[in-house]
Design a protein around this ligand. Structure first.
Ligand code: UDP
Ligand code: MG
Length: 341
């Protein structure tokens, strides 16, 4: 008879891209920490289209560690997709993510879980102490990005680049990740309303293999993602506020300048045919150009806002996306209105 595995309490999600060298050590460390914790667990390794023998290594590790599950991608889809797949397959009530290169220390996991459960948080983020990475190419861009997003959102975290996180299952199932938004899980989560805490964690140098991201090439992409996230955070429900505001300012300025030019033309006292009529010409005046540009731009912004409003409605209605998220219902059990439909 086939034994039914009990559902795990804790799911560990590892995004793996060409990390064959690091996997045996990491899985051994995880097994040790999780066994000591004494809870039911699973380790989900998502192989993101590795070109090394990572999957073979994982299959071998499975013989010693039956809690290891391998999800193999057809090709490299990126770290965000790897996390998203891990979340889809995870069964535990608590989901812990960490990098597969051994930079995050599995020994920190129990403290994260304790904070999550005892403090009734939805997400506990690691905060890497004494980071081992180079200052100029890694730490500095990361500090700038953290400072920027701290000022555009009300999620106050010190270290967004830390993959080591513990989250509750219901949170993970309610968020959707696209592009490279895995760096902004706390911000995406804050869209639905979450309680977030931070726990200092150990940072270790990468011993085997190399980083999958170019030293500086990631900075501009992170800044663009930051723009997306801050837009989503503040205006996604009401794009007209942003675009309409910009449109009103721009076309207001444009119309103002045009009115001034027209006034100057009419009231400077010269009539057609009079000597000096040509002294004030509107046609070739650079201010006219500016005024027209601003007015047209303003109209464009307003139209963009209207299109945005339409898209927002399609987004929420076509996919049945709720405009609210419930943390918990206190009282006798009833089907939720969202499930009824
Ligand atoms: N990773 C992935 N898919 C990718 C790139 C990276 O699954 O396309 C994984 C990688 O194997 C590692 C984690 O994401 O477990 C973080 O990558 P890396 O260590 O290269 O980033 P860094 O620590 O340099 O920021
Ligand atoms: Mg790394």
């Amino acid at each position: 008879m086939r034994t039914v595995e009990p559902i795990p309490d804790i799911s560990i999600v590892l995004p793996v891209y060409n990390e064959a060298g690091s996997l045996p050590g990491l899985v051994a460390e995880l097994t040790e920490v999780l066994t000591q914790l004494g809870r039911r667990y699973e380790i989900i390794a998502v192989d993101d289209g590795s070109t090394d023998d990572g999957v073979a290594v994982l299959r071998r590790l499975q013989e010693q560690e039956p809690h290891l599950r391998i999800v193999q991608f057809r090709r490299n889809f990126g770290q965000t997709a790897a996390f998203a797949a891990g979340f889809d397959y995870a069964q535990g009530d608590v989901i812990v993510t960490l990098d597969a290169d051994g930079q995050n220390d599995p020994a920190d996991i129990p403290r994260l879980i304790e904070m999550l459960e005892d403090g009734d948080y939805d997400l506990v983020n690691g905060w890497r102490q004494n980071r081992k990475e180079p200052l100029l190419t890694r730490k500095l861009p990361s500090m700038v990005a953290n400072w920027l997003i701290a000022n555009t959102s009300d999620v106050h975290l010190h270290d967004r680049g830390c993959s080591l996180k513990a989250m509750r299952r219901d949170l993970v199932k309610q968020i959707h990740l696209y592009g490279e938004l895995h760096r902004f899980i706390p911000e995406v989560a804050s869209l639905i309303g979450v309680r977030i805490a931070e726990v200092p964690v150990n940072d270790r140098p990468r011993r085997i293999g190399q980083s999958k991201y170019g030293a500086l090439s990631r900075t501009p992409r992170v800044i663009l993602d930051l723009l997306t996230v801050s837009f989503l955070l503040s205006f996604s429900g009401r794009p007209m506020r942003l675009f309409g505001g910009a449109g009103m300012v721009s076309s207001g300025l444009g119309i103002g300048v045009l009115a001034y030019l027209a006034g100057a033309k009419i009231f400077n006292g010269l009539r057609y045919g009079e000597e000096g009529f040509r002294a004030f010409r509107i046609g070739t005046n650079p201010w006219t150009m500016l005024a027209i540009l601003l007015t047209v731009l303003g109209v464009q912004f307003l139209m963009m806002g209207l299109l945005g409003e339409l898209l927002t409605r399609t987004y929420h209605e076509a996919q049945n996306k709720p405009i609210y998220f419930v943390r918990r219902v206190w009282g006798p059990p009833q089907p939720s209105p969202q499930e009824e439909t």
